[in-house]
Design a binder for this molecule. Sequence first.
Ligand code: CA
Length: 321
Amino acid sequence: MMRRPVILDVDTGNDDAVAITMAATHPAIELLGCTTVAGNLSLEEATDNTLRVLNAIGRSDIEVHAGLSRPFAPTPYAYGANEVDGVFHQNTLPVGVSGLQPRSWHGVEWLIETLRQTTRQVTLIPVAPLTNIAAAITVAPDILDSIDEVVLMGGSSTFGNRTLSAEFNIYTDAVAANVVLNAGIKRLTMAALDATHDVLVSREDLHRYRTLGTLAGDLVSAVTEYYIDGYEASAGPIGTASSAPPHDALCVAYAIDPKVIDTTDAFVEVDTVSPYNYGRTAVDFHGNRGEPANVRFAKHADSALFHRILDECLRGECRAV
Ligand SMILES: [Ca+2]
């Protein structure tokens, strides 16, 4: 089987941990490395958690490079932001200390050099604020030639989860998001909240994962328990009963089998001026703005297919190096 070369950009984070596990275990994916960025957690916490996850599932061979520790442009408004710190993501994931260190090369530099040196087309999966990706593209626009597709978790055409109208990853570095959206990426697929909320992992699922007796099953079960607790505790439309949407994981599922989401071409830009809608993705499905589509926007996801893919990842023995 031709394995799809992938780089994950993460702010690990409980749902990032599921995404990493899927990318590191599914035979359709060759995970070239992970870059980390500040977002759900500080850069140091996200990097430590990423190393813990890879160590826990027996893939400490995968390179981890720490990227940028603060956004391109800090959010100028605090209006309406949910206080989500610590509710969804654990500063330290409930898996053992890895004893590992990130590689010495800075994440953004590694990203640029890896994409410059590869002879293959690489899929970039950012499931975090887009700071590292925007920086890499700004410094080295030639790397776009080596990118087959960018599959990002972020945005929404309906409700937000950081503010009433803004999704967390886009809101946290809205200026960087616009840099990426305007970069001329030939295939840019956006797994928005519209689609990620179609997929839920329940406490029953976690019980089933635990009984698999695999490292990956144990890890996903452990990190998702807290995540479901967070969703149960949160107020408003994003709260769900005994289940949670593992947002970031949908991007990796898509890289494994694109049928897992339905996309519609759209022109997307991010509001970076309004106190009320800062970080909102304005999604133009109908060409009202007169701009060519820059995004393949995911409106829906196939929950049954997602679960089949995730189960495949968790059932299999982790590949040896
Ligand atoms: Ca994330």
